[in-house]
Design a protein around this ligand. Structure first.
Ligand code: HPA
Length: 273
């Protein structure tokens, strides 16, 4: 058994000692969305600190727990607070919670985040449906001995974000009258925001938004065969695009301002996928 899979089994046993909840959908909440998990029909919660070997989140404003419950009757497991690479964990630990939700039984993954807008057609407060991602700026979570129990050594990444789920998200957004852009998410390490030169590079690469999470989780989830969709809240225009310095407070304020719409969209999406 690979080391990664062994560690996951220890975590899974910790979870299974507390609940036999079978989620259909896994949801990871980004900045500003954290309290979504408090508003659902909760069946049980497990703090990350209660799970043996689990990387525990350190970022202010990120709670660290799994919430098990129902959204529109659908059984979901929610990560209220994610683990970021810039916290200092190896990539295999950053994606451990995602893989764990897969092993709990989730077949679908809904990813959310706050991101900086690179596409000049975006404005702070708008949403972007991920069509694809670029992980070139971070180490792959699949580096190292392949956990064959989870997926193949050389997984295909030609459709990480499922066409089917993307059309569900687009339909839900249209019905709710929520404008939704589409684009490519670039993950960089953070924790510093990018320089204007780095943003020009991301743009030349074909990126529309930039952030410090998500793509590595999508990669690990795709490796194990989950169906994935991702939605970014564009909280600010990326460095050098607005003439203003970047500030975590602005990111949080924008995310909070549009949180109600974002939550409506997530609920509608979960009900339909
Ligand atoms: N860059 C990276 N991550 C982010 C940004 C940004 O501009 N905004 C929110 N998360």
């Amino acid at each position: 058994m690979s080391e990664v899979y062994q560690k996951l089994q220890v975590c899974l046993e910790s979870v299974r000692a507390k609940t036999d909840f079978q989620p259909e959908i896994a949801l990871i909440l980004g900045s500003g969305l954290g309290d979504y998990a408090d508003e659902i029909d909760i069946e049980q919660t497990i703090d990350y600190t209660e799970i043996q070997g689990f990387p525990t989140s350190t970022v202010a404003g990120h709670k660290g727990r799994f919430v098990f419950g129902r959204v529109q009757g659908v059984p979901v497991v929610i990560m209220q607070g994610r683990v970021h690479y810039y916290e200092g964990y190896p990539m295999s630990d950053v994606v451990l919670p995602t893989r764990l939700m897969g092993l709990m039984g989730a077949k679908k993954l809904v990813l959310t985040n706050a991101a900086g807008g690179i596409n000049p057609g975006f404005q702070p407060g708008c949403f972007m449906l991920l069509t694809d991602h670029i992980t070139t700026g971070v180490p792959s979570p699949l580096i190292g001995p392949n956990p064959d129990e989870l997926g193949p050594r050389f997984p295909d990444m030609s459709e990480v974000y499922s066409h089917r789920m993307r059309s569900v998200v687009k339909d839900a957004a249209a019905e709710l009258n929520i404008p939704l852009h589409e684009g490519v998410y670039v993950q960089l390490t953070g924790p510093a925001y990018e320089t204007p030169a780095e943003i020009r590079m991301c743009r030349a690469w074909g990126g529309d938004a930039v952030g410090m999470s998500t793509a590595c989780e999508a990669l690990a989830a795709k490796h194990m065969g989950l169906e994935i969709c991702g939605i970014s809240c564009i909280t600010n225009m990326a460095a050098g695009m607005s003439g203003k310095p970047l500030d975590h407070k602005e990111v949080q304020e924008t995310a909070d301002r549009v949180a109600v719409q974002f939550k409506q969209l997530i609920t509608a999406v979960i009900g339909r996928i």
